[in-house]
Design a protein around this ligand. Sequence first.
Ligand code: ATP
Length: 228
Amino acid sequence: MRPIGVFGGTFDPIHYGHLRTAFEMLQALRFDEVRFIPCGDPPHRGVTFASARQRLRMVELAVSGQEGFAVDDREIRRTGPSYTIDTLLTLRAEFPDRALGLIVGMDAFLGLPEWHRWGEILDVAHIIVAHRPGWKAPDIGPLGDMIAEFGTHRVEDLHAASHGRIHIHAVTQLEISSTEIRDLVAAGRDPRFLMPDAVRGEIENSGCYAPGESRDEVSQERAAPAEK
Ligand code: ATP
């Protein structure tokens, strides 16, 4: 059975940088599906701008109708900080023999050593790193060592084992960020062509990034440690 791609993020909001990356991974790595898992309570940043429900809704609208894309709301249903290792362990329990590929951007990968129990991630899943504009793969330090030991260029290796490899994959570089979109909307400008129209419509209807809109209270209350 083909691997499942696991794409976590705050998705505040989801945009074409996320969607194109996931789509290229789905095709190039021959994944069975890519699951978008919006973070319930992001431990690495403490607050979100749109609420968990709104972010989930935007992800649902964005992937709707796309074969091979799925939305998974387990982190939003769970209480407490959304640690990636916990998410992977629940997926592993559900799919004992499947290869799981955790998809992260290079910027997120570089922050991996701050994540909760990060050393255990490769015991549960592969790590798939999307090259993002302006970021270089580390060749020294703990991540450099990890790439030297577990890195592979071969897509077959991701299918042959259920976990334990790191694969760095170049994707079409779309320099779009959620921060830029929020700033744009807050400044009264139109985010058209940076995301699917359905997501743009939802942002407009909910007013979630309008100037003066408060951050998600739940996340604010739980704001805490800098790990994921
Ligand atoms: P923010 O600007 O709020 O930090 P973001 O645009 O980086 O948000 P996240 O939801 O934090 O989006 O990212 C989820 C995942 O998607 C991360 O692994 C991140 O590296 C990756 N990612 C984000 N934007 C892009 C992009 N333009 N191209 C490729 N990967 C991306």
